[in-house]
Design a binder for this molecule. Sequence first.
Ligand code: UD1
Length: 361
Amino acid sequence: MKVLTVLGARPQFIKSCMLSKALKLNTEINEIIVHTGQHYDDNLSNVFFKQLELPKPDYFLGIGSGTHGQQTGKMLSALEKIMTSVNPDIVLVYGDTNSTLAGGLAAAKLHIPVAHVESGLRSFNKKMPEEINRLITDHLSYCLFAPSQAAIENLRREGIVKNVYLTGDIMHDAVRYFSSIALEKSTILQDLSLSKRNYYLVTIHRAENTDDPKRLKSILEALQQLKIDVVLPLHPRTKSRINHFNLTDSITSPHIKIVEPLNYFDMLTIASQAERIVTDSGGLQKEAYMLGVPCITLRDETEWIETVETGWNHLAGTNTQEIVDSVMKSQIPKKSPSIFGNGDTAQKIVNTLVNKKCDLE
Ligand code: UD1
């Protein structure tokens, strides 16, 4: 079976690495990897391929940044060409980025079955580009791998019930596999002179926060008011928006440590040892839960509602006072049920592809 994987952004490298490992072990499957080039900086792309032991992509499209239309359009056209020549049995896409949408759409138009990993997530906020990407991808997918029961319910409400499989979350596989390796290899705590549970890890990269000066300012002001060290690995988009809106003064405080985007081992290490994680990232909300660190989310809604329901995640939005209060008041809940599966998601997906073939015949 020829499986063509489309990836392009940082979280997709993490999600696909465990599945690539499992696919490689199966002699019936030949995986062909296409990297769209949506993320192209070394520290957003190459470093992940090295650390995660990801196979070198068979095709690199080098699409780069642009408006949503430009970026997705260029990907569609390039992917169509590759899919026509490779003629895969199935196209595998991950998550909710523009690379996901382009991969799914190009394949569906060529009548190639699409398998969507991390299917069924909804924020119910169509202003988020990711919500549009995941909605469309789910509706054109042939085979849907859902990380949680809530995701299955979302799909059911939209009439999608065929070939939906509850697999657990693929990022959980990666966290389990790489956590101890990361702790052993990373020197990030020493490098930044941080001590365990004595700093907050903060990430901000969502367009809804970075591209709105009021929201961005309000978040940065909250960071100023926090009482212990704040580590802020800065996504290139956030960096450029802070400069553009003249907000650099809001982050020039001795307790705010601005660093370049972190590689996976440094990120896992710094996240697992943090006192609290404050983020607008979807992936980091989950990783916080998996690593047992309470999370404060800088958004008004989340796709990962189980993390909120279990008390591990609090939706603080972007109001300065609400963020500060949420960070100060958050507690470590007593229970942490295994809401993201048992770390065997990759194997479940491979078994489904091979045994059930997603009803491809
Ligand atoms: C994308 C995904 C988002 C995901 C995130 C992970 C979409 C719509 N969004 O957001 O779901 O959570 O990746 O990081 O697909 N840039 C660089 N170097 C790079 C890549 C980007 O400087 O290697 C800058 C460019 O100015 C670019 C901006 O970052 O315009 C945004 O990049 P883009 O890939 O469009 O979206 P992300 O914000 O990274």
